[in-house]
Write a protein that binds this ligand. Structure first.
Ligand SMILES: Cc1ncc(COP(=O)(O)O)c(C=O)c1O
Ligand SMILES: [Zn+2]
Length: 419
């Protein structure tokens, strides 16, 4: 229907040594064990303008010419197209009037993972895969379970036992995935899922699969598309984008989107990419603070933000490059700062995000207080998941319901006492 609904030609290459990878079941370079990435051929995009894409509705597939999967094969539940809020009250509270929130919790399964899964599962369909799987701190499994249902594929998810938020577990079970509760943490669950993939017993859709971050690039395309568009140009590029960092693929995806928009000639400035980790799970932040290009894995990560409770982030090296190259930053926030930021966002803007997502807001507050973020910056915090995914954490940090007699006078008494 639309002339622009094309995919770009692309190759899968080793991110470290550049070797071309032909085998779709290889997810580390056979020569150097490096991470893989997709190299897009953007020559067609260079002849296009943003207006050509704006003929299709906002969402992941609006940006098909930047994506490595043919839209003919798409498995979609209308992911992306999430709101970008201008957050005046939050901005006032933290001292950054130009604060914005991109609320990824309004994706179909309630997190940004849907952006990667529409691409990953569509590619699995192209390959003819019938069984897909992933290890997950929760959101990835919820997203994969939904997209596998839509595609009619069998799905197995590997979760660290007892450490997955209730809403996410419920979603994976609801969509009919085989939910395997692995004795260990996320890193252990991923090792098991990778063994299954290496033996070709399933097609792995963790972010080590290079097609996943390709879909996740769309969040940055959307932010720039939503901010200000004038005279056939993207004219308003944020000074900074802040993201929570766990396995570290999302910040890499956002960086890749920036580089491709630059290569296409559609932007000439790149936001400072700023990653936030929980203090109890902070290998990437520690590496950044030490000026290192690689990180040291942490054996026992722990944080209330279970989505980013990861000690050995697969894409940690890529994330470090993203932050160094853009003049960005990386720091940690404590669990107390995360919970405080979660409530602050709810009480100032009416937006309910999960703890990992609140890490980006906690990071905004901390880095402004430290003077790393200037008060005049236009900043977008990517709030990656919906607060309803983890009601237990919310209920542990808000007042309990107030017992009340069935009488107007008692309501009045309570309202007066708690004013
Ligand atoms: C809500 C939420 N935020 C942030 C992250 C971290 O993203 P990444 O692992 O790509 O760094 C995750 C990953 O599971 C998540 O579920
Ligand atoms: Zn290599």
């Amino acid at each position: 229907m639309y002339e622009v609904m094309i995919m770009a030609a692309h190759k899968v290459v080793c991110w470290e040594c550049g070797a071309e990878i032909e085998d779709a079941y290889v997810n580390l370079c056979p020569k150097c064990k490096g991470l893989l990435t997709v190299k897009m051929d953007l020559t067609k995009v260079q002849e296009m303008k943003p207006a050509d894409l704006r003929k299709t509705p906002i969402g992941v597939w609006r940006y098909a010419p930047f994506m490595p999967v043919d839209p003919e094969n798409k498995v979609s539940i209308q992911e992306g197209g999430t709101p970008l809020y201008e957050c005046k009250a939050l901005g006032e509270a933290v001292g950054v009037p130009g604060a914005h929130v991109k609320f990824e919790g309004l994706n179909p399964t309630g997190s940004f993972k849907d952006r990667g899964m529409t691409m990953g599962v569509s590619h699995a369909k192209e390959l003819g895969a019938t069984v897909v799987g992933c290890a997950s701190t929760g959101n990835t499994s919820a997203a994969l379970a939904a997209y596998a249902s839509k595609a009619g594929m069998q799905c197995a998810v590997f979760l660290p036992s007892g450490k997955v938020a209730m809403g996410k577990l419920a979603q994976a079970l609801f969509f009919g995935a085989k939910v395997l509760s692995v004795d260990g943490n996320f890193d252990d669950a991923l090792a098991l899922a990778r063994k299954m993939h290496d033996e070709k017993k399933l097609y792995l859709l963790n972010s080590i699969n290079p097609y996943r971050p390709e879909g996740q690039k769309s969040v940055l395309f959307e932010i720039i598309d939503q901010l200000n568009y004038h005279n056939d140009k993207f004219v308003d590029i944020p000074d900074r984008v802040i993201l929570p960092v766990g396995n570290a693929a999302n910040i890499w995806a956002v960086y890749k989107a920036c580089m491709e928009l630059k290569e296409a000639g559609w932007i000439d400035k790149v936001p400072k990419l700023t990653g936030i980790q929980a203090a109890g799970a902070s290998p990437v932040a520690n590496a950044f603070q030490g000026g290192s290009l690689d990180f040291i894995a942490e054996p026992n990560p722990e944080t209330v933000a279970t989505a980013i409770r990861i000690g050995n982030p697969i894409s940690g090296k890529k994330a470090l490059k993203a932050m160094y190259d853009t003049g960005g930053y990386c720091t940690t926030v404590t669990d107390a700062e995360i919970i405080e930021a979660q409530l602050l966002l709810g009480r100032t803007e009416g937006v309910c995000v999960e703890p990992a997502s609140a890490a980006s807001v906690a990071g905004l507050k901390k880095l402004r207080a430290e003077g790393i973020i200037d008060k005049d910056e236009k900043v977008v915090c990517i709030c990656t998941g919906n607060g309803l995914k983890d009601p237990d954490t919310i209920l542990a940090n808000v007042p309990q319901p107030i017992p009340c007699r069935n009488e107007v006078a008692d309501v009045e008494r309570i309202l007066k006492e708690t004013a």
